[in-house]
Design a protein around this ligand. Sequence first.
Ligand code: SF4
Length: 243
Amino acid sequence: MPCGTTSLRSRNATVPRRRAKRLTPAEIVDRLSQLYGEPVWRPHGDPMSELVLTILSQNTSDANSGRAFMCVRSRFHTWEDLLAADQEEIVPEIQAGGLARVKAPRIKAILDQVWGRLGSFDLMFLKDKPLEEAKAWLRSLPGVGPKTAACVLMFALGRPALPVDTHVHRVAQRLGLVPAKVGAAEAHDILEAMLAPGEVYPFHISLIKHGRRICRAQRPSCERCPLLDGCPAGQTFIGVQSH
Ligand code: SF4
C-alpha cells in the first residue's frame, strides 16, 4: 500500500525494522505503476539504430546521447557511410555524447563486425532467435555487454531481455532482489529469471523512474515510497533517520 504522507515516526512505529517481506516483481510493478503510470511497451523495430544509440548513451544522459545520435545520423545517412568514414570525421559528430574518442572506434568496430558477419546491417533476425542466442550474438560484438544487448532486444525488438542500469541495480539491491555483492552485469540474469516476460518492460521502466525520483542514490525518500513495507534497506534507512 502506498505510504502517502505517513510520518517517519508513525511509520517506524508500525513497521518492524529488517523484517520486510520481500515483494514480488509483480507487486513492485503494480505499486510503481500506480505512482508513475503503466508503461506501454512499443518496440520501434530498428535494432541497428538502438545498438548505436546505446553505445552513445554509455556514461552520459539520454539527452546527450540523443543529440549525438541525431548529429551522426544527419552527417552519415547510411550505416555504410558511417562504416566508411574516418574516425576523425566521426568524433566531432558525437561529441555531445561524451567519450567521443572511445565511442567512435567502438561504433566503427561494431559496424565492421556486423557487416562482416551478415553482409548487411539488418539485425531483425534477432527477433526470431532463441533469446539466449540473440543475447550471445550481440554480446560477441566489440564493446557490447549485457545491458547494451538487452536494450537492443527490448526497445527495438520487444524481446523480454532486461537492461540493468545503475537505477535498476540500486533499487533491486535495496529491495533485496539482488545480493549486495552482485554487480549490475551479473544482476541481469538474476532479475530476468524472476520476471514473467510481460513484466520485463514495466519493471525496467518503473525502477528507472523510481531510482531517479524517490529511491535516489543519496538520500532516498523512503518515507513516501510505496515499497517501504517490503524493503529491507528502506526500513533500515527509516530506522536510522528516526533515531
Ligand atoms: S523504501 Fe527507500 S530504499 Fe526501499 S525502494 Fe523505497 S526509496 Fe528505495
